[in-house]
Write a protein that binds this ligand. Structure first.
Ligand code: CIR
Length: 258
């Protein structure tokens, strides 16, 4: 399991509620989102991470979801090319920050598109979701870059899987060769070499969580999943994510961890 020491975060801007969403959970309360974001940052610090806190950026209503702008590894950073037109400028905003922290940076170029939320790392292997945001050309470019850097990867087509925006809305790596999956993805051959932990249908939002060093950060309100994580023996931190969920966001989207 990669040891993480740092993370990059950006709080929601005043126009956060004007971002993209495909769910019908009502408008987010920006001041509550800011409180939830502050607790999220405190949880990352509790897990041992030093944070780079970028300023809120109201030019892009979705810019708090920094995960989508890059894939960061222990070898390099890869700037993405987000699939939603309204988010395209977010990469230029984060690029100088990443160039200052990584010796090598790569970039996805047109006509490829990749959202970081579609990329799930499991050790030295990456699952690359092909979605409404990440296209086949973006996935191909990313696989080539990852191979140059000594990683392996597999593409997972999630178009047509109901209720998930990104691959990581339905899968997270628990570490120790365990993958947590929603039912719709659990039978895919690409995951067979891992121990599969299935998420109950009514708890599918919990499939996006963070394993950071020894700890696991989960979304609050999913008791079956919480008790499974506790049984595996991982220290657990549960965070209320209600306002980010209203905008299709979850735990992983709010940071770049490396
Ligand atoms: C969007 O639709 O792009 C944002 N409202 C949510 C992005 C969530 N990001 C992620 O899962 N990595």
């Amino acid at each position: 399991m990669t040891a993480f020491t740092r993370a990059i975060v950006r709080p929601p801007a005043a126009n956060f509620a004007q971002g993209l969403t495909s769910v019908d959970l009502g408008k987010p309360d920006v001041s509550l989102a800011l409180e939830q974001h502050a607790r999220y940052c405190a949880a990352l610090e509790q897990c041992g991470l030093a944070l780079t806190r970028l300023p809120a950026d109201a030019r892009f209503a979705d810019s708090t979801f920094v995960e989508d702008t890059a894939i960061v590894t222990d070898r390099c950073a890869i700037l993405t090319r987000p699939g939603a037109a309204s988010r395209a400028g977010e990469v230029a905003a984060i690029e100088p920050v990443l160039r200052g922290k990584f010796e090598r940076t790569h970039a996805i170029v047109a006509p490829g598109t990749v959202d970081g939320g579609d990329i799930c790392q499991a050790g030295n292997h990456f699952f690359i979701g092909i979605s409404e945001r990440t296209n086949a050309e973006g996935a191909r470019q990313l696989a080539t870059i990852l191979e140059q850097e000594g990683f392996t990867s597999a593409a997972i087509d999630i178009r047509g899987v109901d209720g998930i925006l990104h691959l990581k809305s339905g899968i997270s790596c628990l570490g120790d060769n365990r993958l947590v999956l929603i039912d719709a993805l659990a039978a895919r051959a690409e995951f067979r070499s891992c121990e599969i932990v299935r998420i109950a249908a009514e708890e599918s939002y919990a499939a996006n969580f963070l394993r950071i060093n020894e700890s696991v950060i989960v979304s609050a309100g999913f008791p079956q999943f919480e008790s499974r994580v506790r049984k595996f023996g991982y220290p657990l931190i549960a965070l209320d994510m209600s306002e980010f969920r209203k905008m299709d966001g979850a735990l992983s989207c709010l940071s770049l961890r490396f």
